[in-house]
Design a protein around this ligand. Structure first.
Ligand code: ADP
Ligand code: SF4
Ligand code: MG
Length: 334
């Protein structure tokens, strides 16, 4: 096993959210535990896929890991440095190595700058370079992301979605990234372009030795690109393991439902509407045992065993062999 590049331990994040109009009038807020005790590791040259329905905490984890959003508690260690304990100044030299590809294609591209200037700005962000060296690096980046040099004169609005994504990838490479949080990198693209971008990210990993935290609700893409996959449900990881095993031999009831819905080609619908259709965890009354119980078919089939809703026994990740860990009192049989 390659040495760990990233180690995340018992990460938690509470956001203060207004509890509704009436509560807001009285100045009352409630705390939303968006990330609620998450631990995982990532090796060099590895892709860890992070999946789960909208709102389960994926983006929050990505932002905390990069030091963009502060954690409420827990530890993030990148290449031996504890991100969660560093002051902004000490974080700066690590920042260039850790970058985010945003879901929004336009997020990282200044609309008033031409592609040439976007790349130049990124290339010279941490290095003073001669013009000739900037030009050499620019053409190397274009080559790496398969973009024609004619596009250097374009403004972002003149580019297609796929081209914007390529410029976005070139930009994070220009800064010097070796660890990339890719947050839904294909969701804003046409299906025909998605595969090209996925192949580009895989190719860059091989050529440059990159590591990815690959966030997506598109299970097919995640299974394709990831070495390991972590499945999140309401702020917690419920299953983690080798991509093929998590997808084909799921041990957590939730993981199994996610992937079987993919087989039925309803994955998008489940990802978007699942929480509403299946009932929602009450964030204000945590500690009621397993938070998946209200939606769990195994819990129903087993006659609602008390341990599943025992407030003192919320299931934690346990090693079930073959590199797989699962947070369930009754893991599915192999
Ligand atoms: N800045 C914020 N302030 C308050 N609540 C937030 C904020 N960002 C995210 N949340 C809430 O935290 C939860 C997790 O959000 P997020 O990490 O964006 O999930 P995902 O990326 O899986 O869709 C959601 O309930 C979301 O509404
Ligand atoms: S612990 Fe119980 S309720 Fe939770 S996923 Fe497992 S079987 Fe379902
Ligand atoms: Mg998100």
């Amino acid at each position: 096993m390659a040495r760990p590049l990233l180690e995340v331990t018992d990460l938690r994040k509470q956001y203060q959210a207004r509890a509704g109009m009436l509560a807001a009038l009285h100045g009352r807020t409630r705390s939303v535990p968006a990330v609620d005790g998450v631990s995982f590791g990532l090796s060099e040259h590895e892709t860890l896929g992070l999946v789960g329905e909208s709102g389960c905490g994926k983006t929050t984890i990505g932002r905390i890991v990069l030091g963009v959003t502060p954690a409420s508690s827990g530890r993030v260690v990148f290449d031996g440095h504890e991100i969660t304990a560093l002051r902004p100044r000490a974080l700066r030299p690590l920042r260039k190595q850790m970058q985010m590809i945003f879901q929004d294609l336009d997020a990282a591209l200044n609309p008033r700058m031409r592609v040439r200037d976007i790349l130049r700005e990124a290339i010279t962000l941490h290095h003073r370079l001669e013009q000739t060296e900037v030009a050499r690096r620019t053409s190397e980046l274009l080559d790496q992301v398969n973009l024609k040099s004619a596009k250097l004169a374009s403004f972002p609005h003149e580019l297609s979605g796929g081209e914007k994504r390529r410029v976005g990838i070139a930009r994070v490479l220009a800064v010097g990234a070796r660890f990339i949080v890719a947050d839904e990198p294909t969701s804003a693209l046409d299906v025909s372009i998605q595969a090209q971008i996925v192949n580009l990210l895989r190719d860059l990993q091989t050529r440059l030795g990159l590591s990815y935290l690959f966030i997506s609700h598109d299970l097919e893409v995640v299974e394709l690109v990831s070495h390991r996959v972590a499945v999140m449900y309401l702020g917690r990881i419920v299953e983690i393991g080798p991509a093929e095993r998590v997808a084909r031999a799921s041990r957590h009831p939730y993981t199994s439902i996610l992937w079987s819905s993919l087989v039925e080609k309803r994955s998008d619908e489940v990802a978007r509407n699942g929480a509403a259709a299946w009932g929602v965890f009450d964030f204000e009354r945590p500690g009621q045992g397993c938070r998946f119980a209200p939606r769990c078919p195994v819990y129903e089939a087993a006659g609602r065993p008390a341990i599943c809703t025992d407030p003192t026994s919320e299931p934690t990740l346990r090693d079930v062999g073959d590199g797989q860990s699962v947070a369930c009192h009754f893991p599915l049989a192999r």
